[in-house]
Design a protein around this ligand. Structure first.
Ligand code: PGA
Ligand code: ZN
Length: 403
């Protein structure tokens, strides 16, 4: 039985310049390493990323209460390790150790297990299942919590649907570049910058930004000969107050918000729309799904927070037809997988996702392939984003060679 010989933790930087952690788990010469990302538009039902006392406290807890208990454990027993993390924490949602230490430890353990079995992570985790390549969702124009002075809607994305993953990644980057050209033409005297996820920041109205992106998508679609569609993450909980949605230039009632999102889905041919409503409003998710669920993925992020209990409620109410999957929203690989399995069993699609604060860790690329997710949301450009995209390109090549 390959057993864990040691585990270390260190402080590293994330892409926003904040401190985060990475964990290394060792078996002989084999090392599994994983880092934790963090969000800016975190859902109210997410566990805390850090214990009270922050990153330093998390490191202290790891060294005093976790590392020693990992030693000697079977690296292949992921479920047992994840149960142990919950037991050490002792609360229902990682309040004591923080979800980020749990996530990094859980993923590092899976990686050392895969490496000691001589397999890439995606293949190890796929088991007897067939690995599948996801559609990349690339963030092109960004606002909300990810960009100062930009749109109210958080993410205007592109989803290219050509015959290869590599071609889709390149097409998304091409859209990102052409949107830069379109923005400099439209706003010639305004400096152009990028937000936390590498998307352009533009002081445009929300529908104006979507119109500009949709036009660029159409042009690229024509050039390449396959579908290139826009998609949105509204992150609507961030601008929902006192029963209303507060856009920079307008305010909408809850009922008007459903009509507005329906209009965007229909008139701009959206591939998907994420968090179009407040995280407690299962009713509005159900209504939109009834109206446009057949033509568009209605994705829940803050509403489901990768949590099977909240997802189960959403499935019963037909509140959406897809779930965003963020491992550090739930804290362990086993719980992440449980959410994916429940979604797939229930006819919900899954989209694996980065966080706005990322590292160059590429584990989610492997998870998306292993679990057969429909999509992966991990930006269009930027070092910490292309770390995942380029890894997906390598995986595609490997799968093609093995096919
Ligand atoms: P976050 O945003 O990582 O800042 O939470 C990403 C998202 O809302 O999907
Ligand atoms: Zn989101």
């Amino acid at each position: 039985m390959p057993s864990i010989e040691g585990a270390v933790i260190r402080k590293i930087l994330d892409s926003r310049g904040n401190l985060t952690v990475e964990v290394e788990i060792r078996f002989g010469k084999v090392i599994g390493r994983a880092a934790a990302p963090s969000g800016a538009s975190t859902g109210a039902h997410e566990p805390p990323a850090w214990p009270k006392g922050g990153v330093d406290k998390a490191i202290q807890i790891f060294r005093s209460s976790i590392a020693g208990r990992l030693k000697g454990r079977d690296v292949a027993d992921q479920a047992g390790l994840d149960r142990l993390l919950r037991e050490i924490d002792g609360t229902s949602d990682f309040e004591k150790i923080g979800a980020n230490v749990a996530t990094a430890t859980s993923l590092a353990s899976a990686k050392v297990a895969a490496a000691s079995a001589g397999k890439p992570l995606y293949r190890y985790l796929a088991g007897s299942g067939r690995p599948g390549l996801p559609l990349p969702l690339g963030n092109v124009i960004g606002g909300g919590r990810h960009a100062v002075g930009g749109t109210t809607i958080q993410e205007f994305m592109v989803v290219s649907q050509g015959p290869t993953l590599q071609g889709n990644v390149f097409a998304n980057a091409r859209v990102h570049q052409r949107v830069r050209d379109a923005l400099t033409k439209k706003l010639p005297d305004v400096p152009l910058g990028r937000g936390d996820e590498g998307a352009w920041i533009a002081r445009l109205g929300d529908e104006e930004a979507l119109g500009l992106l949709a036009d660029v998508c159409q042009g690229v679609e024509k050039d390449l000969g396959f579908a290139v569609r826009p998609a949105l993450d509204l992150a609507a909980s961030e601008f929902f107050r006192d029963g209303k949605y507060h856009y920079r230039d307008t305010t909408l009632t809850q009922r008007a918000q459903v009509d507005f999102v329906e209009h965007l889905v229909r008139d701009y041919g959206l591939f998907s729309v994420e968090d179009p409503f407040d995280q407690e409003d299962f009713g509005a998710f159900s209504e939109l799904t009834k109206r446009v669920g057949a033509r568009c993925k209605i994705i829940g992020d803050d509403i489901f927070v990768t949590n099977v209990e909240r997802l189960r409620r959403g499935i019963e109410l037909h509140a959406g037809n897809a779930i965003l999957i963020k491992p550090n929203q739930i804290g362990t690989l086993s719980d992440t997988r449980a959410a994916v399995d429940l979604a797939h069993r229930s006819g919900f699609a899954t989209v694996m996702s980065h966080r706005s604060g990322e590292t160059t860790d590429d584990t989610i690329a492997h998870l998306a392939v292993a679990f057969g997710c429909l999509g992966i949301k991990t930006g269009a450009v930027g070092g910490e984003r292309i770390a995942k995209l380029n890894e997906l390109i390598r995986i595609e090549e490997e799968l093609q060679a093995g096919a």
